[in-house]
Design a protein around this ligand. Structure first.
Ligand code: SF4
Ligand code: SF4
Length: 196
């Protein structure tokens, strides 16, 4: 889930996230290892919103410092991130981004050979969406995910949607959730800043 970039519009296919189906990801895990949960030197894992953090705390009982990495972005980095990922516009209050913590080159929740150890209801929004994203208008776009088997095998938007086991209405719900939880995150971060 690293350094997400947006593909040019002409290369994009409309597509879905992975609320239900896991087969393509299981096949990917066997073929490629845990590519979307690993990071190379200098790369970062998925962004976390406060709502993601609270769901993970509730599901695992872990304190947030065990799985959250706090990163200070410089203004140019923040702008670049928000440009590539419009659903995060306004979220990085005080230029602070929270992300999943890595250990030995992979997300702390990754079980090698088995995949994510979090229950589906506690998976971060960004992980549910990957390799998908939304543009400013709320249209589904694709992240640049060169090793993603789903993207490699998809013969078109509908096929990709079926492989990932979701629907456009499910995507619309995730988009609404991203906007609502992003706004809530920003509100709470601003309050924290004011009270410091
Ligand atoms: S939370 Fe789960 S799906 Fe997300 S990067 Fe970590 S192991 Fe992968
Ligand atoms: S890279 Fe793509 S196909 Fe592979 S596990 Fe991640 S989302 Fe699934």
């Amino acid at each position: 889930m690293t350094k997400p970039k947006r593909r040019p519009a002409e290369e994009q296919q409309a597509a879905p996230p992975r609320e239900i189906a896991e087969p393509i990801c299981a096949a990917c895990l066997r073929a490629n290892g845990s590519v979307c949960c690993e990071v190379a030197q200098g790369e970062k894992l998925a962004t976390l919103l406060i709502a993601d953090i609270e769901r993970i705390e509730a599901a695992t009982g872990l304190p947030r410092h065990r799985f959250v990495e706090r990163e200070e972005l410089d203004p140019a980095e923040r702008l670049a991130y928000e440009t590539h990922r419009p659903i995060y516009r306004g979220v990085f209050v005080g230029n602070v981004r929270y992300g999943l913590k890595a250990r030995r080159g992979a997300c702390v929740f990754l079980e090698r050979g088995r995949g994510c150890s979090l229950p589906l209801e506690a998976k971060p929004l960004a992980c549910l969406l990957y390799p998908l994203d939304f543009d400013l208008a709320g249209e589904v776009t694709l992240l640049d995910a060169p090793h993603c088997l789903a993207l490699e095998r998809a013969e078109g938007p509908h096929h990709l949607l079926r492989m990932l086991g979701t629907t456009r209405p499910e995507l619309a719900k995730l988009h609404a959730r991203a906007l609502a939880e992003g706004a809530d995150h920003a509100r709470r971060e601003r309050r924290l800043l004011r009270n410091r």
